[in-house]
Ligand binder design. Structure first.
Ligand code: DON
Length: 390
């Protein structure tokens, strides 16, 4: 990062980043944002800023061309939407695998008998959730890629009979080998995790009740570790599979469908979500934290929908993570499960692994009371942000 003319100025001494409370002035970024405001996205993909991006990428050893930027366009996609537990979940479509994973997991959990999925934060509760993620994360590895480039069998994956089979695989007191939940729908065509620093999630509700659930990322801390036109360039290439079977920075093992190719978009975990009850929005949820985004967003959503928690309680509650590979049941140092629960999970056969925290999430709860819209916003205590504008 010290080789980058702008990033170099963000680090004064040998190791130290800017001291807390110091002011960071970013005039170049200001210029870029003003150009964006004046010209819209065109400002980034053509002209001065595009030339700066290509030059910075070349200096860093990249292969970008002006044509690559000129050829880029945003694709607007229909969100995924599913009714579960009496609520409608509207969430990110492919090429993110986040929304899919959450919806599959909810569909499996809904199929379990209530005694096997008590909504009480007990060992049985966390066991059921961890088990429900194993199948979808293996689907991600096998099938997920840019839907404009690979055939993604979403309908077959979400077939009710297949969800029944996944639910039938569940054992209430034994952790299943992930392979048990691996149910291919057709032949295939072809870790240590970093801290979360590269991603931000923003929930916004405006005065008219419009809701935006936005996740944005440069991927790993400081992205590709160089800047152009005041902006930190991302290292989103890591969300592609570098090689089939190779794990990326989040331990997600790559599949053939997610190999890079010209014009292809990478598979993401970003899961910006809006939840509706009886056709009315009740919450906006999202998170930062790589593969843990998916599991964090789902748990926060379930805390609200199934466990009746407030926005801040829903964020503060302990979270777990399981992504099938590695076969590890992650629990938090920040909000640990109690020792009794951990012991019961261990006895079920889970391989427990403590990590500092499972992602950083944001919530706005939305209630209508006597014609008034009441907003309750909360930021994750794991990251230390705070709501604004209320
Ligand atoms: O889209 C993704 O899944 C990743 N680029 C997200 C990376 C991330 O959340 C990093 N940390 N906050």
């Amino acid at each position: 990062m010290r080789q980058d003319p702008l990033m170099r100025t963000w680090f004064s001494g040998e190791e130290s980043a800017l001291a807390v409370g110091s002011r960071l002035r970013q005039p170049e970024l200001g210029r870029t944002l003003r150009a964006l405001g004046r010209q819209g996205a065109r400002a980034i993909y053509h002209g001065r800023i595009a030339r700066e991006i290509v030059a910075a990428n070349r200096r860093a050893g990249g292969v970008f061309t002006l044509q690559d930027l000129a050829d880029y366009s945003v694709v607007e996609r229909e969100p995924l939407s599913q009714e579960s537990f009496g609520h409608r979940f509207v969430t990110a479509p492919p090429p993110s695998a986040g929304g899919f994973t959450m919806l599959q997991s909810l569909a499996v959990l809904e199929r379990l008998p209530a005694r096997h999925f008590p909504r009480d934060g007990s060992a049985a509760y966390y066991h059921a959730i961890a088990e429900s993620w194993k199948g979808p994360f293996l689907d991600r590895r096998r099938y997920f890629g840019d839907p404009d480039h690979v055939a993604l069998p979403l309908e077959a994956l979400a077939d009710p009979a297949r969800l029944d089979a996944l639910a039938a695989t569940f054992h209430p007191t034994l952790a299943g080998e992930p392979a048990l939940y691996d149910l291919p729908v057709r032949p295939v065509a072809n870790v240590v995790q970093p801290e979360d620093h590269g991603t931000s999630h923003l929930c916004v509700v405006d005065a008219e009740g419009n809701i935006a659930s936005i996740t944005t990322t440069v991927n790993l801390p400081f992205g590709a570790r160089y800047t152009a036109a005041g902006m930190v360039m991302n290292d989103e290439m890591d969300d592609f599979a570098r090689a089939v079977g190779e794990a990326n920075a989040f331990g997600l093992v790559g599949g053939a469908a997610n190999l890079p190719a010209p014009g292809k978009r990478m598979v993401s975990s970003m899961s910006p979500t809006i939840i509706f009850r009886n056709g009315r929005p009740i919450a906006c949820v999202g998170a930062a934290g790589g593969s843990r985004i998916v599991t964090a967003v789902q748990q926060v959503a379930m805390n609200i929908v199934l466990r009746g928690m407030s926005a801040s309680d829903a964020l503060a509650a302990p979270r777990i993570h399981h992504q099938a590979e590695p076969n590890q049941f992650r629990y938090e140092e920040f909000a640990p499960l109690d020792a009794g629960i951990l012991e019961r999970l261990r006895r079920r056969g889970h391989v427990l692994d403590q990590i500092h925290h499972v992602a950083a999430a944001q919530v706005i709860g939305i209630e209508e009371r006597e014609g008034q819209r009441i907003l309750t916003a909360a930021s994750d205590p794991r990251k230390g942000g705070r709501p604004a504008g209320l």
